[in-house]
Structures are given as structure tokens and as C-alpha cells.
Design a protein around this ligand. Structure first.
Ligand code: GLU
Length: 411
């Protein structure tokens, strides 16, 4: 089966008349690594995990991309996600290439000490392949500022103090203001512009968000602040629906206070309970998949009723479903723009680290908005001129920048 991402890339390369060899080079990762990670578990026995890092392309700058700790990941998964990072960084025009990696594990089954050992061992294994000018990890699903702090420590042992080695760090350890919220913040900006473009008034727009982790929850918060009605949210066990709009600040407060891991459908707030499948097919203005891949697919695409889809997750819509949505006239704002806020502020964190200086949150947020807005304008005007989908426009712009970099550098 062709990889999900190559089905999006080929049409963009076709438009540029790219040769078979160049096509192959652009799709094939620079390097992929898979390794065993044994640790002593909390019962004193040995437990073996598998670690991965796929470095896709570094013609426009060091490899860049998150670390995912999740029970479903494998090499094929990371190959696609690393490639997404390459086109994302090129589209928003930041000087990074693409990578992705992580560990096949369930973070809920690991205690704090096991997480620390696994994370540090992962870094030791990759050793010379990482570094601020080589490959810079960041958070993704199942990881956050704490894991990034451990990475910094593991690298400092042999390489000295270099905070630009990893992004998404805690603020106390040279993280950037605005980074934790950045992906959701970016999704909210892009949703606002996309609503304007589709003649949907954001002040009255009904929005359903699937996934309530870092990305989904901050997206909900910022959209709520913009005046939108967030009518449905969900986590992997199900969700909440209120046609008049959920009280997002209350939900965030209740959830964060006593037990962070409380399921949404266990919260004592006034709302109906719904399943994930029901959320995806709600009659809303905007649907924002903010969890895992392929949630909108051949099975449910005909039931989608939203007027606009904004991809906060990576690759949440399959290629087949994407074609059907286009035929049905439902615009999709592609992941490589919609969720690029995270890596954009990672870049700003890296710049601050290398200057040994830190900026105020206002400045970070201002550059974030400006960077995404520039990419949004470029993308939408190109799509309009060429009469193509935003997805195809995004991939054409991204792949063209990478192809030019490869050709200028030579082989
Ligand atoms: N994991 C995020 C993404 O998929 C951020 C990556 C980064 O900041 O390097 O875009």
C-alpha cells in the first residue's frame, strides 16, 4: 500500500515535472534508525522497548521534529510523519528539515523514573546524530516539557551546555514563552482566517474538536477566546456536546485541578455525552481533528456534515477521503499549515537559545501569527490562481522549496 503521505506528494511533484530519480530522492528518508531499548522495570524485571528516529530531509536546515511515545507507532508511521515535517517547515519557510521519532510504549503504564531512563537512553543511542545543527527533537504525542528537560540533561553529559539541542523545554530550562500553547494557538489563527475566507462569522461559528490533548485543548481555549462556540470536544474515550457552546474555561479548570487524566465524559459539566464517531459527523461549521491519523476516511467521509475542516493533527484525513471532500466542496486546511505553529515557535526557541537571550511572550506570539499569516496568504492566493485545492497548493509550495534546495546544493 502506498504511504499516506506519498499520495499527497506525487500530484504536487507531477505539477513540477519532477524526474523519477528526484522524486525517489525526495520521498526516501535520509536515514532511518530502529533500536531496542531495554530497561529494568518497577518490578525488577527486564522490559524491552523499541525506539525509532527517521531523518527525512535536511537540505533546508537541521532535521527537526517531535518524539512520540505511543503504543501504536512503527517505522512506517514515523516515515510519514518525518516527511510531513519536511514539507511543513518548508511551507512556513523556517530553516529546518524534517524528522520524527519516538518509542513504542504506553506512557500511562510507565512511572516517572522509567520514563526518565527510557528518554535518556533513547538520546544516548542516537548520540552524534542529534545536536542543534544536526537534529533537534521536540514534544509530540506522549511527550512534553519534562521529557525535553531529560533530553537536555542527557546531551549535556558529553556535549556541554547547548540549550538549542532540543525545543519545547520547560521555561525554567531555556524553553520559550508561548511554546506549550503554540500548536493550538496556530490552529486557532488559521481557523479564524479560514472562516473569513469561507464567509463563516467566527463570533457565531460552531466548532467540534476531536482530541483534547495539548493541541486540542489549547485550540479550544483560543477559539473560545476569539468568540467561537466550541460545541463538542472529545478524548479517546468519548466526548461532550452542547449545541449552545461548551464552557471551555470551566472544563479546562475542572480537568486540570484534581486529576489531569480525568476522562472528559466523566466531568461534571452540563453537556450531552457523545462518541468520537458522532463528533466527527456533527452538523457544525468547523470540524477540527486534533488527535491521530486517518480519522476521516472512506468509511465516514460521506457522513461528514461540517462546512470546513482544519487539520490540527498530522494526516487526520486519508487521501481517498480528501478527494471525496474536495468533490463535495468541503474545504480542508492541510496539517502542514494548520498545525505548523508548534514547530514555528520551536524555531523561535532555538533562535533565542542560540542568542542566549529570551523574548517576551508578546514578541513570540506576534512572530508566530505573522509567520503563519504569510504562509496562509501565499497558499490561498496560489490555490486560487491555479484553481487547485489548498492541500495541493501547500504541497506544491513545500516540495518546490525543498527541491530547489537539493538542486542548488548538488549531490
Ligand atoms: N510535534 C510537532 C509537530 O508535529 C512539533 C515539532 C517541533 O516543534 O519540532 O509539528
Amino acid at each position: 500500500m502506498p504511504s499516506a503521505i506519498s499520495q499527497f506528494i506525487h500530484p504536487a511533484l507531477d505539477r513540477q515535472g519532477v524526474s523519477d530519480e528526484m522524486r525517489h530522492l525526495m520521498i526516501t528518508p535520509y536515514r532511518e534508525i530502529k533500536f531496542g531499548l531495554p530497561i529494568v522495570d518497577h518490578e525488577g524485571g527486564m522490559k524491552l522497548y523499541t525506539g525509532f528516529r527517521v531523518q527525512h530531509n535536511h537540505s533546508r536546515g537541521p532535521f527537526k521534529g517531535g518524539l512520540r511515545f505511543h503504543p501504536d507507532v512503527d517505522l512506517d508511521h514515523f516515515r510519514d510523519l518525518a516527511s510531513v515535517m519536511t514539507w511543513k517547515c518548508a511551507l512556513v519557510d523556517i530553516p529546518f528539515g524534517g524528522a520524527k521519532g519516538g518509542i513504542n510504549c504506553n506512557p500511562r503504564d510507565l512511572n516517572q523514573q522509567e520514563m526518565e531512563v527510557l528518554t535518556k537512553r533513547f538520546v544516548e543511542r542516537l548520540d552524534e546524530m542529534l545536536g542543534p545543527d544536526h537534529d533537534i527533537p521536540a514534544p509530540d504525542m506522549g511527550t512534553g516539557p519534562q521529557e525535553m528537560a531529560w533530553i537536555l540533561e542527557a546531551r549535556s553529559q558529553d556535549h556541554g551546555f547547548e540549550p538549542g539541542t532540543v525545543t519545547g523545554k520547560p521555561l525554567q530550562l531555556f524553553g520559550s514563552e508561548g511554546r506549550t500553547q503554540a500548536t493550538g494557538h496556530g490552529v486557532a489563527f488559521v481557523t479564524r482566517w479560514a472562516c473569513e475566507d469561507s464567509n463563516i462569522d467566527i463570533q457565531d461559528a460552531s466548532i467540534a474538536i476531536q482530541g483534547f490533548g495539548n493541541v486540542g485543548s489549547y485550540t479550544a481555549q483560543f477559539l473560545h477566546d476569539f468568540g467561537a462556540r466550541v460545541v463538542a470536544i472529545s478524548d479517546k474515550d468519548g466526548g461532550l456536546y452542547h449545541p449552545e457552546g461548551l464552557d471551555i474555561p470551566e472544563i479546562l479548570q475542572v480537568r486540570q485541578q484534581p486529576h489531569e487524566k480525568l476522562r472528559l465524559n466523566e466531568l461534571a459539566v452540563s453537556a450531552e455525552q457523545i462518541t468520537n464517531e458522532e463528533l466527527l459527523t456533527l452538523d457544525v461549521d468547523v470540524l477540527i481533528p486534533a488527535a491521530v491519523e486517518a480519522v476521516i476516511n472512506e468509511e465516514n467521509v460521506e457522513d461528514i456534515q461540517a462546512r470546513l475542516i482544519v487539520e490540527a493533527a498530522n494526516i487526520p484525513v486519508t487521501c481517498e477521503a480528501d478527494q471525496r471532500l474536495e468533490e463535495r466542496g468541503i474545504p480542508v486546511i492541510p496539517d502542514i499549515l494548520a498545525n505548523a505553529g508548534g514547530v514555528t515557535v520551536s524555531y523561535l526557541e532555538w533562535v533565542q537559545n542560540r542568542q542566549r537571550y529570551s523574548w517576551k511572550e508578546e514578541k513570540v506570539n506576534h512572530i508566530l501569527e505573522e509567520t503563519l499569516h504569510q504562509a496562509w496568504n501565499h497558499l490561498t492566493s496560489y490555490a486560487r490562481e491555479e484553481q487547485i485545492s489548498r492541500r495541493l497548493a501547500a504541497y506544491t509550495i513545500g516540495t518546490q522549496r525543498v527541491r530547489e534546495a537539493i538542486q542548488l546544493r548538488g549531490f
